[in-house]
Design a protein around this ligand. Structure first.
Ligand SMILES: Cc1cc2nc3c(=O)[nH]c(=O)nc-3n(C[C@H](O)[C@H](O)[C@H](O)COP(=O)(O)O)c2cc1C
Length: 249
């Protein structure tokens, strides 16, 4: 197996970090790797805000629902879908932009690019022996996050990423069987047997893992998570409207 695959296949999220800074050149290499990734029409719709200041990381930990690892990791990256630069290009040519950026596909474009960027950053960081954990809860208080980062219109905070040297070995979470996520030629919807098989494996994992050991399985977790009425990040529609990505009229 080559080193790239070894890094990718060893992934686990890290939520406890050593009191040790991330070297500047390593962070620079991570950002370079993100910039080298594929993106939509080379329009490069992603920005990263690097947050290192301890007080500000404490603040973001609070804004993200009290996630202590954000305050503990020496670096917190905020990945934004960013159409501000495209707006500047259009404005320079007197082109109207709001009716363009608010088309729903642009959210898919922004989410795609941030996903690719964050995945690339995780792989690059892990190749240096650093640990990471993505933070979707950056959208929990999205309006305050925008104020804190002074994000202009057309920029949306999508995901955070803690980066630092691991102070734990949480082990790997088992994944769904390959046959449940990768299909030959056509989708095969009869997944009940595979999910049952995975539930058994997941129940053992949940019970035996070193932290947060509990009784449960994967389908129970999924059903609990998506129990109606579901509204995980209530500020998101208002935030998207404020930033120009959604017309609430
Ligand atoms: C988009 C996204 C958002 C996430 N948000 C959080 C978060 O807010 N807090 C957290 O502790 N983990 C978060 N995670 C980490 C996942 O819980 C984790 O990747 C998943 O349980 C699989 O575990 P593993 O990464 O250790 O394999 C997030 C992951 C992704 C991809």
């Amino acid at each position: 197996m080559n080193e790239v695959l070894q890094t990718l296949l060893s992934h686990r999220s890290i939520r406890a970090y050593q009191n040790k800074p991330v070297e500047a050149d390593r962070l620079e290499q991570i950002v370079k790797a993100v910039q080298a990734a594929p993106n939509w029409v080379n329009l490069q719709h992603t920005s990263i805000i690097v947050v290192r200041n301890q007080e500000r990381r404490e603040k973001f930990a609070e804004l993200c629902g009290g996630q202590r690892h954000i305050a503990q990791a020496p670096v917190f990256l905020v990945f934004c879908a960013d159409f501000y630069r495209t707006w500047l290009a259009c404005k320079g040519r007197d082109q109207e932009f709001d009716s363009v950026v608010s088309q729903i596909d642009n959210l898919i474009v922004g989410a795609n690019e941030v996903g690719i960027a964050l995945g690339t950053a995780v792989a690059a960081a892990e190749s240096f022996g650093l640990g990471t954990v993505p933070i979707g809860d950056i959208r929990f208080h999205a309006l305050a996050v925008i104020r804190e980062l002074e994000l202009p219109r057309y920029v949306v905070p999508m995901l955070g990423l803690c980066v630092g040297y691991p102070a734990e070995e949480p082990g790997q979470k088992p994944r769904l069987p390959k046959e449940a996520v990768c299909f030959e030629e056509k989708y095969h919807p009869d997944l009940s047997g595979l999910l049952k098989q995975y539930d058994g494996q997941y129940a053992t994992y949940l019970w035996e893992r070193p932290r947060n050991s509990r009784i449960g399985d994967w389908t129970e977790m999924a059903a609990d998570f998506y129990r109606a009425p579901y509204c995980h990040y209530p500020e998101v529609p208002e935030m998207l409207a404020q930033q120009g990505f959604l017309s609430l009229e």
